[in-house]
Design a protein around this ligand. Structure first.
Ligand code: UDP
Length: 419
């Protein structure tokens, strides 16, 4: 791949191996490839790798894991922080080796590679510095979430945090519209660990970190049979999990709402069970019949773009939030942890394109929210506002729009750093 002056510009992207992190990194790679960069994906393999067949123009560089360098018992650990730390420690040597070889073997017309790494793959920064390579960090959550993370030390110092509990409805000074309960932090009692990573994620296990199952396209055929804006799509992303009681509340709220629904239930995401079929009663299945479609993994973007989908009940991961808004879809917000609470707050309070579902999952309350979103006047107004946001988002990526300009600046920055 060549750019001005016959020079070759290579980017080495280092994604974190979770769906919500891999997708935006690959999307960035696709955009930058269209601007003339050669793209190499340096990825871990012990959990799951990005699908190389979907990106024939990229070079995929598997990193080997050096388990002997691990100082912790991460294999059986549920501790996400330990997991991230081990992942970095175990792949640093391989990344350094591969990059050293890349630099040494590069041809005369090739510039030094620039490293683009996910926030969670921070050891790539150490390697880049060691090899004197330019580097850029990609943060896959929203700017508002990052601001909230970074504001935390100050709030701690000023004593605001100790005065408030994790359920506090008080507005955080300087962080409108966030309340203390929306902060992307996890343990108000142990503030020292707060700045590292979101704690509810501590429940993450290696099993959850597998790449998701194959997309089930049969749900599109099912959607084709439904009327416009009639279907509520339900998905809580690639990590979140439920217990069996919550599953039953969701199932019966969907049944009682009488709305058609498309529901994603990942294997292992409900009480560790591989099959949802055994968890759902015959009574539920009989009541719902053809009105409901349950899949293990949906082609989400295609689903959200479908004319039949009229609302999205989401955990408000940043990707899901953007994907829904880009299609003008209103939401029901059920954040689980981390930045999802910040996103939910913006969706419901600031942009007013969604309904917050805050308390314990109760079928009557969920049913009310579904009806309000799908049939009520409030839902209709939210859909109108979401359509307006869709138009705005479309303008951002058009020539002269803010995202378009930011990407141009990024390209200039990389060329400046490499050249
Ligand atoms: N996703 C999908 N099919 C599904 C569920 C989710 O393709 O059935 C995709 C979704 O489009 C999004 C990603 O998985 O791009 C989830 O990322 P998000 O940031 O929303 O949540 P996370 O999984 O990180 O909690």
């Amino acid at each position: 791949m060549e750019r001005q002056g016959g020079r070759c510009w290579r980017l080495v992207l280092v994604p974190f191996p979770l769906q919500g992190h891999i997708s935006p990194m690959l999307q960035l790679g696709t955009i930058l490839h269209s601007r003339g960069f050669s793209i190499t994906i340096a990825h871990t393999t012990n959990l799951g790798s990005p699908d190389a067949s979907k990106h024939p123009d990229f070079v995929f560089l598997p990193l080997s894991s050096d388990d002997s360098s691990s100082t912790t018992e991460s294999k059986d650990s549920d501790d996400f922080i330990v997991f991230v730390s081990d992942l970095n420690l175990n792949h640093r040597a391989s990344l350094q080796e591969q990059l050293t070889e890349m630099v040494e073997k590069r041809e005369q017309h090739e510039e030094l590679p620039c490293i683009v790494y996910d926030t969670n793959m921070y050891s790539a920064e150490t390697v880049a510095r060691h090899l004197k390579l330019p580097s850029i960090m990609l943060c896959t959550s929203s700017a508002s979430s990052m601001i909230a993370y970074y504001a935390y030390p100050q709030l701690l110092e000023e004593g605001c945090i100790s005065l408030q509990g994790p359920e506090s409805e008080e507005l955080v000074p300087g962080l409108h519209p966030l309340r203390f309960k929306d902060l992307p932090v996890f343990d108000f009692k142990n503030p020292d660990t707060l700045l590292q990573l979101e704690a509810s994620l501590l429940a993450l296990s290696q099993k959850w970190l597998q790449l998701p199952p194959e997309e089930d396209h049969s749900c599109i055929t099912w959607l084709d049979k439904q009327t416009d804006n009639s279907v509520i799509y339900v998905s809580f992303g690639s990590i979140s999990s439920l217990d069996e009681k919550e599953l039953a509340e969701i199932a019966w709220s969907l049944a009682n709402s009488k709305q058609p629904f498309l529901w994603v239930v990942r294997p292992g995401s409900v009480g560790g069970s591989e099959s949802i079929d055994v968890l759902l009663s015959d009574d539920f299945k009989g009541t719902v019949g053809e009105r409901g479609c349950i899949v293990k993994w949906a082609p989400q973007k295609e689903v959200l773009a479908h004319r039949a989908v009229g609302g999205f009940w989401s955990h408000c991961g940043w990707n899901s939030t953007l994907e829904s808004i880009s299609e003008g879809g209103p939401l029901i917000c059920r954040p689980f942890f981390a930045d999802q609470r910040v996103n939910a707050r913006y969706i419901s309070r600031e942009w007013r394109v969604g309904i917050d579902l805050e308390n314990d999952l109760k079928r009557v309350e969920i049913e009310r929210a579904i009806k309000m979103l799908m049939l009520g006047k409030e839902g209709q107004e939210m859909r109108q506002r979401a359509t307006h946001l869709k138009t705005k988002a479309g303008l951002c990526i058009k020539e002269g729009g803010s995202s378009f300009n930011s990407l141009n600046k990024l390209v200039e920055l990389i060329i400046l750093a490499e050249g």
